[in-house]
Design a protein around this ligand. Structure first.
Ligand code: HEM
Ligand code: MG
Length: 233
């Protein structure tokens, strides 16, 4: 069918976002990962995830456009421009200063994967703890990493993405198996029983979820002392 999972071709553009890579692997976004406009990305997220084009998503898409010199479209790989949306201390990619900040890295992902032991779901509390743990680990590898309130905010939102899209935006719980398939295979775990959220994901329910993640996160700025900023292509 039109939305069957297909592995990307070597010539297809993929980038640091597991969510958008997955939508491209299922044909919700162009499978070649290129020429993505704001309406195209917002519609793909709505169709694939029942996540409405909220203020938050519109803002993310607009910032994404700053990573390219194109007037109105980007490729998934262009989103990797460090300092626009791409940041240090990711959940599944290493820092740019340590190597590959674009492709999935199982060693980095192990922290999230092994979190919330004893139960089969991740939630806002475990997600908040993972953010703290990742920062501690990455600080050992690269003491000069960038960790301002901008990076913290983006990281909290991204944790909200995997919990709400793979799980339940209201309870904040997401089956571990689904989250792992999203990150590790960039595939929608439909065969495993996932279906897109029945409840539309919007600014209000998503906002409540990310507040809960933020509450479970202790944080202070560290590393390279800079003011929050956005890099332009
Ligand atoms: C990370 C772009 C929507 C899930 C990222 C990153 C970029 C990005 C550039 C890399 C940040 C980094 O880790 O350094 C975008 C744009 C979006 C969008 C422009 C919409 C306009 C989504 C959606 C999901 C998602 C709908 C739903 C699953 C994630 C996750 C991460 C991430 C879980 C964290 C990856 C990690 O820390 O390793 N996104 N994204 N994103 N995105 Fe997206
Ligand atoms: Mg990163």
């Amino acid at each position: 069918s039109a939305h069957q999972w297909q592995a990307p071709l070597p010539t297809d553009s993929r980038g640091p976002c597991p969510g958008l890579n997955t939508l491209a692997n299922h044909g919700f976004l162009p499978r070649n990962g290129s020429n993505i406009t704001i309406p195209v990305v917002l519609n793909a997220i709505k169709d694939g995830f029942n996540f409405y084009p909220t203020n938050l998503l519109r803002t993310a898409a607009k910032i994404g456009l700053l990573a390219t010199e194109n007037a109105d479209n980007f490729s998934l790989e262009e989103l990797a421009l460090h300092g626009t949306l791409e940041h240090d201390v990711s959940l599944s990619r290493s820092d740019l200063s340590c190597g590959d900040h674009i492709h999935f890295n199982a060693t980095v992902f192990a922290t999230l994967k092994n979190s919330n032991p004893g139960v089969d779901y991740y939630n806002a509390t475990s997600a908040g703890q993972v953010l703290v743990q990742r920062l501690a680990e990455e600080t050992i590898l690269s003491p000069n990493l960038t960790n301002t309130v901008k990076e913290l905010t983006v990281r909290i939102v991204e944790s909200g993405f995997y919990l709400s899209v793979m799980g339940n935006v209201t309870t904040g719980a997401a089956p571990k198996k689904f989250v792992q398939i999203l990150f590790e295979q960039e595939r929608l775990p439909i065969e495993e029983g996932w279906h897109r959220s029945e409840v539309p994901i919007m600014d209000d329910n998503f906002g409540t979820l990310i507040m809960a993640i933020g509450k479970a996160t202790t944080w202070a700025p560290s590393g390279n002392i800079v003011c929050p900023w956005i890099r332009l292509q």
